[in-house]
Design a protein. Sequence first.
Length: 339
Amino acid sequence: MTPRHRVLVLACALVLLAGVGAAAVLHASARAERRNQARPGGPPITSGPVSLTGSRRLVFRNMAWGPHRDELTAVAPSDPAGPRVASKVTCLRFHAAAGTGVCLQAVHGAVQDTYRAVILDASLHERARYDVPGIPSRARVSPSGRYAAWTAFVGGDSYAGTDFSTRAAIVDTRTGRLTPSLEAYRVIKDGRTYHASDVNLWGVTFAADDRTFYATLATHGTTHLVRGDLRARTLTTLHPNVECPSLSPDGTRVAFKKRVEGLPADAPWRLYVLDLASGRETALAESRSVDDQALWRDDHTLVYALPGDYGADLYTVPADGTGAPRRVSTAAVSPAYVG
């Protein structure tokens, strides 16, 4: 056999081995996906239309392995663990109200991913899109559907420590007017205009008047609940040690995660509810650390995500400190009650 023939034989053998290896990897991947889909508790999922209006439903990002992972998926709110309808619209974070949705998406590039916020109509069709300058973290739509807000990490990737930077934006979905950073608003702290280079803002939640919102402001290692005014473009501090606020439907209380002394540095929070009129805090029955912006199902119950086998599961807990947490849906995150 000549040297040239030896080279050709070796090349053919390498190609054959590469093909066998690729086939083995694909087979193992497919087998793993089938196994994940067959896990006990995995919900049945079918493709179909998902609407943000009409009959009442719970819409969230589906986390179950398979062809519908990351898609916006709808279930009957009376049976959140029941059969799911998947929309083919994928989101990292999502929220909706009054027929308007905001979907934070990753755009996969050859070198690195970029991110965008997409405003959706009631049929999940795109109405507008905006660049997001970092990893999506929180999303909210106002009760009227007029305003949408999102938060992104632009430095660091976790709220647990202090070495991170966020960017919170609000858009008027009717006019398209975007405030790309709430740091453009005037901060009023202890009755005076406040300036600091380390101000961070995140976790917007809207009141029903299309003017007032609440958010977290962090500065000098402390966090504060702030009340925002969309017309005056101001942020006024109200209460310390508040993160990821969520305003109740009746507008009287804010659910939030609070750092509690003595807890682990990577899991420092407990869920609380703040009465805005009295300033009284109520610790909720969830004893685990919750790194989420809880959602009010109604005036009495909160919904939030905790880590699970598929990435995240949804739980509920009474908002008055009684009862106990209850898992209501596996493989789900970023819920919204619509219709």
